[in-house]
Design a protein around this ligand. Structure first.
Ligand code: SAH
Ligand code: SF4
Length: 389
């Protein structure tokens, strides 16, 4: 029998596994709590588990954490871990502390096949999906490591929010994502509420519907453009699932969503998607269709992109157009700048097995719009700043 990694299982999966070993359901709950609530990695530590079960487990199961390749801490408290996932691939996980919460940004894939122009992960290409256990292992490690490091009292949690905004497109790895989400939400594990777990997607429409049916957590959709021509260019997946279909899926999602709005992320690219006209188009697009909030993300540059961050006054002007039309809009604070831990800078190490790099380099250069019109904005700031959904 192969040795099974228990981090792969949600509670139902663990129960089925324990039943195969001839154990009762409540035993699997105990085991699940030891793993996720107490961070135990050694069966010998699990003092209230029957000795016979501990011995049985020792032969057939293990708890396999990810290997930490490096850790970097930013001056603002952000911590970034690089985890070696074997085969020349490494993924990144980022902890972002704030006064009232601790957010963990988790990766879903080694690389990403969507290939968005402005995203460092997308430029690296795609290597492979992470397993459920590898997704959960990021949270398991961060939570228990931080509890010790921050000397938290019993019962205190380091991580209060999870965002699937690291490397990869979570909805292109749905089979692994779903059990991982269930572990995050389970009261016997991390007990996070659905509102505090956010899946961010570039718009895999059928999987938005699946998520709605299976496990409706908070949803963030990376929009980045108000029309198909521009979005086709920035987010190639748009050619498959154009904006109208994406918005229809968002609307369906709202029936079951834990929040009564969808968060639209919009990465502000200098001269590309940041004019007041495009902001107005966005208003027309979402007005009377989807209840939403906008989160404008100042572009985090990386050398190969050939793109630049929109100047601050242009971001402010863009936000004002949306706000004046009654669309709640925030500008994301950039965190972990000094350690390249900000959105879209997560690169890890990825063996490109799909030759995305080659495809990207043969694409036509991006069309830069002149944005003079956007320059005469005042410097009034958007209503509020926030870090994550
Ligand atoms: N694949 C998912 C989740 C990971 S990306 C998605 O695309 O939504 C998380 C967020 O970072 C997305 O909103 C993405 O558009 C944004 N992002 C990617 N590259 C960026 C960059 N260079 N600067 C700022 N934001 C970026
Ligand atoms: Fe993939 Fe998201 Fe990056 Fe696009 S922005 S390439 S979907 S990780």
């Amino acid at each position: 029998m192969n040795v099974v990694n228990l981090l792969e299982f949600d509670l139902d999966g663990l129960t089925a596994f324990c039943e195969q070993l001839g154990e009762k359901r409540f035993r699997s709950t105990q085991l699940f709590r030891w793993i996720h609530q107490k961070g135990a990695s050694d069966f010998a530590q699990m003092s209230d588990l029957a000795k016979s079960l501990r011995e049985k487990l020792a032969g057939v199961a293990t708890l396999r954490p990810l290997a930490v390749a490096s850790e970097q801490a930013s001056s603002d408290g952000t911590i970034k871990w690089l985890f070696d996932v074997g085969g020349g691939d490494a993924v990144e996980t980022v902890f972002i502390p704030e006064d009232d919460r601790g957010t963990l940004c988790i990766s879903a894939q080694a690389g990403c096949a969507v290939g968005c122009r402005f995203c460092s992960t997308g430029h690296q290409g795609f290597s492979r999906n992470l397993s459920s256990g590898e997704i959960v292992a990021q949270l398991w490690y961060a939570e228990h490591h931080l509890r010790r490091r921050l000397k938290l009292a019993d019962g205190e949690r380091a991580i209060t929010n999870v965002v699937m905004m690291g490397m990869g497109e979570p909805l292109q790895n749905y089979a692994a994502l779903l059990p991982a989400l269930r572990v995050m939400l389970d009261d016997h594990a991390y007990g996070l509420s659905r509102r505090r777990v956010t899946v961010s997607t570039s718009g895999v429409v059928p999987m938005i519907d699946r998520l709605r049916d299976d496990c409706p957590v908070a949803l963030a959709v990376s929009l980045h453009a108000p029309n198909d021509a521009l979005r086709d260019d920035l987010v190639p997946l748009n050619r498959k699932y154009p904006i109208a279909e994406l918005l229809a899926a968002c609307k369906r999602y709202l029936d079951k969503a834990p929040r009564d709005f969808i968060t639209f992320e919009y990465c502000m690219l200098d001269g590309v998607n940041d004019t007041p006209e495009l902001a107005q188009q966005l208003v027309e697009l979402v007005r009377d269709t989807v209840s939403c909030k906008f989160n404008l993300i100042p572009f985090n540059p990386f050398p190969e992109s050939g793109l630049k961050r929109s100047p601050r006054d242009r971001v402010t002007a863009f936000a004002h157009v949306l706000q004046d039309a009654g669309v709640v809009t925030t500008v994301r604070k950039t965190r972990g700048d000094d350690i390249d831990a900000a959105c879209g800078q997560l690169a890890g190490e990825v063996q490109d097995r799909t030759r995305v790099k080659q495809r990207l380099s043969t694409r036509a250069p991006i069309r830069i719009h002149r944005a003079e019109d956007a320059r005469h904005s005042e410097d009034a700031a958007p209503s509020r700043q926030e870090t994550n959904a």
